[in-house]
Design a protein around this ligand. Structure first.
Ligand code: MN
Length: 236
């Protein structure tokens, strides 16, 4: 199973150095008085009610995870993109470009997290799970040998991600599907892969409901909440 986006020591060092700079940037953006900032990125509303994912994910978790975390990433991305050459560009372009520039690591993290979270929310639905159909079902069969091995790969990636991150179902440019995990804000598009579906395994995604039992959260999501129609649409 490919493991993408694991930071090499040199990259980790760069990220650590840049983290301080991004905090300064953020503080500069927050406390600059009298300067009106147009909201470049607007967080789309949740595609369902906060309690729609119960009992797998509680309304309380969705309330914090969407209302505080997701909105927070959008707010920070809006502050950090101003006064950069990427201001005015679409969210996806902003995080992919910012990923290449260590000076923009704070913007990358917040813009990528904003994108990742919208993708995550859209990939869940009440009464989800079950089995996909059509072209997606065929691609899963060809690439994994069936839905069960695909779900097993997603579970393993979600549980093996050390610390904060994501487990993704992706398609490569040839249309072959695979599962990858990324740390923190990283997104498979940085590696030229097309995301089809994702599960957030940051602790904020499950800790209120499951504490340290990440496996129970992952199992519930895969069995009851996966929006296969969303994944199929992304496959195209
Ligand atoms: Mn999250």
């Amino acid at each position: 199973m490919p493991v993408l986006c694991d930071a090499s020591p040199s990259r980790r060092q760069v990220l650590r150095l840049a983290a301080g700079a991004s905090l300064m940037l953020l503080a500069g953006g927050m406390f600059r008085p009298g300067q009106a900032r147009a909201a470049t990125f607007a967080a789309p509303p949740l595609p369902y009610a906060e309690n729609a994912l119960e009992p797998v994910i509680s309304a309380k978790t969705v309330g914090f995870h969407y209302g505080k975390h997701t909105i927070g990433y959008f707010d920070n991305a809006n502050k950090l993109v101003a006064d950069t050459p990427l201001a005015g560009q679409p969210l996806e372009k902003v995080f992919l470009e910012a990923a290449k520039d260590p000076k923009l690591v704070g913007l990358f993290r917040n813009a990528a997290q904003a994108w990742n979270h919208v993708f995550y929310w859209n990939g869940l639905t009440a009464g989800g799970g079950g089995a996909p159909s059509g072209k997606l079902a065929k691609a899963i069969e060809t690439s994994f040998g069936g839905l069960e091995p695909c779900q097993k790969a997603l579970t393993e990636a979600a549980l093996a991600q050390f610390g904060s991150g994501w487990a993704w179902l992706v398609a490569d440019p040839a249309g072959k599907l695979s599962v990858v995990k990324t740390g923190n804000a990283d997104n498979p598009m940085q590696e030229g892969l097309k995301p089809l579906w994702v599960i957030d395994v940051w602790e904020h995604a499950y800790y209120l409901d499951y504490q340290n039992r990440r496996a129970d959260y992952v199992k519930g999501v895969l069995e009851k909440l996966v929006n296969w129609d969303f994944a199929a649409k992304n496959l195209g």
